[in-house]
Each structure stands twice: as structure tokens, then as C-alpha cells.
Design a protein around this ligand. Structure first.
Ligand code: ADP
Ligand code: MG
Length: 183
């Protein structure tokens, strides 16, 4: 357990909880528009996203836009303590259920998506830095997942302004994202 990471995590999580919902909504709109203009996102046929929680950058409209654009959309399902399994969804109202920590995830009956198929992954993160390093919730799930991705797959982190730091504590198993989009 890294103490430096724990301190930063708590600091940013406090700021996320303290941010006014209207502010989060406005910033999420800006971030969504930037992502939809991203050339990597535009050309991706298979995208993996995640269902955001209330205080995070909202991914819900992004998921629905991606579906409307005809993309194949996968979301992670937690299968064991530190493993995520990408599963396809076609309807956010029908195909999701509340999973571990009340995060929405695809029902177990949803089709698995092969990792080799995924063109772009929008990765969840607590904070990022100028070198695209990522701080997660502290379980290392996405470090393992990103390591297994084909090198051609683009990875994008979404962050409110205060989630982008100069320098994050980094361990050898931490995998940076391709780029970070902020408001
Ligand atoms: P997070 O990325 O969620 O912020 P950490 O980077 O602190 O969390 O990692 C959490 C735990 O997961 C660490 O104890 C680390 O050893 C473990 N871990 C991360 N990546 C791997 C990996 N590729 N293989 C095995 N264990 C890993
Ligand atoms: Mg990590």
C-alpha cells in the first residue's frame, strides 16, 4: 500500500464529493464534446466505457451517443476482486444492473467482448498527471486490464480540472493512458 497514493486519492475524492452537481454537469458536457471530437473516438468501432457514479465525470451521455453512432459498446463487469470483464451492452436501461459498490455494470447474461476487438477504452480514474499517469481507486483492476490490452488500443482518461495533477506517485505496475481529456 502506497501512503502517497492514499493521501492523493483521499484529497481528490474529497474534492469530487465537494463539487456542486451543477458544476459537475457543466464540466461533464464540455468533456463529452471534446471526446466526441477526438479522432480516435470517432474512428473506433468498438469502445469500452464504464458507468460513472454521481460525483464523477458523467459517462452516461457518452455511452448513449456511442450507441447512437452505431459503435459496439462494452462496459466492465467485476468478476473477481481485481478483474474486469468487458461485456457488450446495447441499451443502458435494460442491460445494466447495480454491481459491487453500487456501480452499474452489464448483467452476467450480456455477451463478452474479446479484448483484441476493442479499439478504444475510456478508463476510470481518480486522478491523472501531465505524463498521463493514472491513479485508480486502489485495487489495480485497470492496471491489470490495460496490461492485457493490445498495444494498438487507445486509452483515454476523463478528468475534471482538479483531477489533473502535475505529478502522481507511480509504481512499476502502473500503466499510463494514451491521453487525458479535461474540461
Ligand atoms: P490503482 O491503480 O487502482 O490506483 P495501485 O496502482 O495502487 O491501485 O495498485 C493496487 C494493487 O494492485 C497493488 O498492490 C499492486 O501490486 C496490484 N497490481 C497492480 N497491477 C498489477 C499487475 N499487473 N499484476 C499484479 N498486481 C498488480
Ligand atoms: Mg495503479
Amino acid at each position: 500500500m502506497s501512503k502517497a497514493k492514499d493521501i492523493t486519492r483521499k484529497e481528490i475524492l474529497d474534492k469530487l464529493r465537494a463539487q456542486a452537481p451543477e458544476e459537475a454537469l457543466l464540466k461533464s458536457g464540455v468533456i463529452k464534446e471534446k471526446l466526441l471530437l477526438d479522432p480516435g473516438f470517432k474512428k473506433a468501432k468498438v469502445v469500452m466505457l464504464y458507468a460513472s457514479r454521481d460525483e464523477e465525470v458523467s459517462t452516461w451521455e457518452i455511452i448513449n451517443e456511442a450507441l447512437a453512432m452505431g459503435k459496439k459498446v462494452a462496459l466492465p463487469r467485476c468478476v473477481s476482486q481485481a478483474k474486469v470483464l468487458p461485456k457488450e451492452i446495447t441499451d443502458t436501461d435494460i442491460d445494466l444492473e447495480k454491481g459491487t459498490y453500487s456501480i452499474y455494470e452489464p448483467r452476467n447474461s450480456q455477451q463478452n467482448v474479446e479484448i483484441e476487438e476493442i479499439d478504444l477504452v475510456v478508463v476510470p480514474g481518480v486522478a491523472y498527471d501531465r505524463d498521463n499517469n493514472r491513479l485508480g481507486k486502489g485495487k489495480g483492476c485497470y492496471d491489470r486490464f490495460l496490461k492485457a490490452l493490445p498495444p494498438r488500443t487507445t486509452t483515454i482518461g476523463l478528468a475534471f480540472d482538479f483531477q489533473l495533477l502535475d505529478k502522481l506517485p507511480k509504481d512499476s505496475h502502473d500503466i499510463p493512458v494514451s491521453r487525458v481529456i479535461t474540461n
